[in-house]
Design a protein around this ligand. Structure first.
Ligand code: FAD
Length: 383
């Protein structure tokens, strides 16, 4: 089996394949083993139960289970990874226009056993006096949600996969080789070839480029997203959960007393652009932040970075499974802004599909056939 891309998805798939069947030969081919551009490293690490599609909620429930035992299960020779999962919560603010959508999502989350609360504007104000709740009808708070270290999650899966016998190859896959409608292997940019009847596309924001070499067109674009870490003069009294404004602006406490702020903007450039522009924060995000939390009008931008979302232009959701027209070509693509938290379930699911087991959790709604059947999945892309 060949996995193209050794980010969190590739490593999770590799781990699950070897754990399921130690006789399988599994090679992960990664172009940038330092992971300086991988979205897994550049993510803000949020994990939340607050989705509106039941399969995404199941995925997060599994993630929370896995995170509880990750250190123990992924330890290699006594060396246990620390993903630093901090359950500081997620608060999604709701205005009248979003009320019905939020109430329906909350009802679904509760039906599936998730712990999510509805807070009135007065409750929000009481807990966070720095916030101005004008125009809000309330908010949904998930106390189990939180954030984790994406690089540590990736490296945890990677180290365990290697300890179980997966091999990692440094190289750039230039072509997926297909013969008579079946995958035959890959060719690297160096010309070296690897034969395999199964190739898994885990190339993140590069997924469409990789798929195109097998003549598969994926609606997945690399889109730059920027993140800013700021030091506010007025400090919140307690750590802030990830607060999601109705507009899509989000912020949370980062480290001891700084804030991490971000927002997906309609004019975020498409392409492999990693440049980071502080002006984006001062001109566009800061005024919006101050409107909601006036005390943050005095702050200093400390640092930040830009990374790529693999945006699924079709419906913002994962594309999982074998491409119907190329036997043996599997996809784990298009996670947009929520792939890190989906890696545990995606790795397990793809490994089950590839090894012919009945999936523990049915994630077939994410199957690639929906792309040409025109059946989009209804889930709002929140961050
Ligand atoms: C700013 C930002 C914030 C985010 N916040 C969150 C969040 O809060 N929560 C969340 O769940 N998700 C978040 N995400 C999304 C999340 O990071 C991704 O969905 C997830 O990391 C995708 O993992 P991946 O393994 O598919 O991709 P990546 O981590 O990008 O890995 C893909 C790998 O493939 C390699 N590759 C590409 N092409 C080739 C090739 N031809 N040959 C060999 N190797 C190749 C690349 O070098 C790369 O290492 C965020 C992303 C960004 C950028």
């Amino acid at each position: 089996m060949i996995i193209v891309g050794g980010g969190v998805m590739g490593c999770s798939v590799a781990y699950h394949l070897r754990a399921a069947d130690p006789t399988l030969s599994v090679a992960v081919i990664e172009a940038d083993p330092g992971y300086s551009r991988a979205s897994s490293t550049l993510s803000v690490g949020n994990a939340r139960i607050q989705f509106s599609l039941k399969e995404n909620i199941w995925i997060s429930q599994y993630t929370f289970e896995v995170l509880e035992r990750f250190a123990e299960e992924m330890a290699v020779e006594g060396d246990a990874p620390d993903v630093a999962f901090r359950r500081e919560g997620n608060l999604f603010l709701v205005d009248e226009a979003k009320r019905i959508q939020a109430e329906e999502a909350l009802a679904l989350q509760k039906r599936l056993g998730a712990d999510v609360e509805w807070w009135s504007p007065a409750e929000i104000q009481e807990r966070f006096p720095l916030f101005d709740t004008t125009g809000l009808v309330g908010g949904t708070f998930g106390p189990d949600d939180g954030h984790l270290d994406g690089y540590a999650l990736l490296m945890g899966y990677r180290a365990k996969a290697i300890s179980l016998g997966a091999s990692y190859v440094e190289g750039e896959v230039a072509e997926i080789r297909v013969m008579a409608g079946k995958v035959a292997g890959v060719q690297l940019a160096t010309g070296e070839t690897f034969a395999s009847p199964v190739v898994v596309n885990c190339a993140g924001a590069w997924a469409a480029e990789v798929a195109a070499t097998a003549r598969v067109r994926l609606p997945v674009d690399p889109v730059k997203r920027q993140v800013f870490v700021v030091d506010t003069e007025v400090k919140p009294e307690t750590p802030l959960p990830l607060v999601n404004l109705v507009s899509g602006l989000y912020f949370r406490t980062e480290g001891d007393d700084r804030l991490l702020v971000g927002k997906s903007l309609a004019d975020d450039p498409v392409g492999f652009d990693f440049s980071w522009k502080e002006r984006r924060f001062t001109e566009q995000l800061w005024p919006e932040l101050v409107e909601f939390a006036p005390a943050f009008d005095r702050l200093r931008v400390v640092r930040g970075w830009a990374g790529l979302y693999a945006v699924n232009r079709f419906d913002g959701n994962a594309i999982l499974g074998e491409w119907p027209e190329v036997d043996g070509f599997y996809l784990a693509n298009g996670f947009s802004g929520h792939g890190l938290q989906q890696a545990p379930a995606v790795g397990r699911y793809l490994s089950e599909l590839i090894t012919g087991q009945t999936p523990t959790v049915d994630l077939s709604v994410f199957g690639p056939a929906r792309l040409y059947e025109g059946k989009s999945l209804d889930e709002s892309e929140i961050i």
